[in-house]
Design a binder for this molecule. Structure first.
Ligand SMILES: [Zn+2]
Ligand SMILES: [Zn+2]
Length: 253
């Protein structure tokens, strides 16, 4: 089952993923606001900027991880290839990683947004679009998700939660799970499903918000929640043809 998120100031951004699409609010006046106007927009606002080369020809992704939760080089390589196959970025796609201080177990959506404000240093500038990925050593126990996208260029991966649900005998590998969740959240940044990228063929699983109705698709809702892990095995799901068509229709390859 999917738990409801707590009622926090940033709830509208998370709930865009967690199935309460009617919530609308910007973070521009909250203490979690970033010092960069472009990066304070709602989730989905940068879909075309990410997919097309109209405004931005380069994509730079800043990953910041807490001690013990560095992304494996295989994850970085897979995600770079995934984005290269979708996004028109002739200037290249670059993912850099750096470590930040530990936080501890207790996290919530507001804290994640605040950590981004305190630590993020890479922002969209010139012809380079910038995304931010925070990999944490804790997680919000009230959330069923292993990660979430919030704002137009921001993603959080609950590193410890992913660690706790992978790597043991009979479980998915940590590399596969991290790759799947990160690629899924990037799909939301790119406007899937029906978030800001229009559908070519109707395929939204409206019961589960902005997700795909194909259980084999990367954008199926269960990819990012605990309940979906059993089905994941070590096969990293890919976007199905309907999701690929949507992205191509909004400036992607
Ligand atoms: Zn999702
Ligand atoms: Zn799909």
């Amino acid at each position: 089952m999917i738990n409801k998120p707590p009622m926090k100031k940033l709830l509208p951004f998370v709930c865009a993923i967690l199935f309460f699409a009617s919530c609308k609010k910007t973070a521009s006046t909250s203490p979690e606001s970033l010092p960069n106007a472009y990066s304070n927009q709602q989730l989905g606002a940068s879909a075309n900027d990410m997919l097309s080369s109209n405004k931005y020809t380069t994509l730079n992704i800043q990953v910041q991880y807490m001690p013990g939760y560095e992304l494996d080089a295989t994850v970085i390589a897979s995600v770079t290839t995934y984005l290269s196959n979708i996004c028109n970025k002739p200037g290249g796609i670059n993912i850099t990683q750096s470590e930040i201080g530990a936080n501890g177990d207790t996290l919530n959506v507001d804290k994640v947004a605040l950590l981004e404000v305190q630590n993020r240093t890479l922002y969209t500038s010139g012809n380079a679009l910038a995304l931010y990925v925070l990999v944490t050593d804790g997680y919000d126990t009230s959330l069923a998700t292993l990660g979430f996208a919030y704002r137009n260029t921001s993603i959080c991966l609950f590193g410890k939660d992913i660690f706790n649900h992978s790597g043991a005998i009979g479980e998915v590998s940590r590399i596969s799970l991290e790759t799947s969740v990160l690629e899924h959240e990037l799909g939301h940044i790119m406007g899937l499903v029906n978030l800001s990228t229009p559908m070519v063929v109707p395929h939204q699983d409206t019961i589960h918000g902005y997700h795909c109705n194909n259980p084999n698709c990367l954008m199926y809702y269960a990819t990012e929640i605990h309940a979906g892990l059993g089905a994941l095995a070590n096969n990293i799901p890919v976007l199905d043809s309907n999701c690929v068509k949507d992205l191509a229709g909004n400036g992607g390859k």
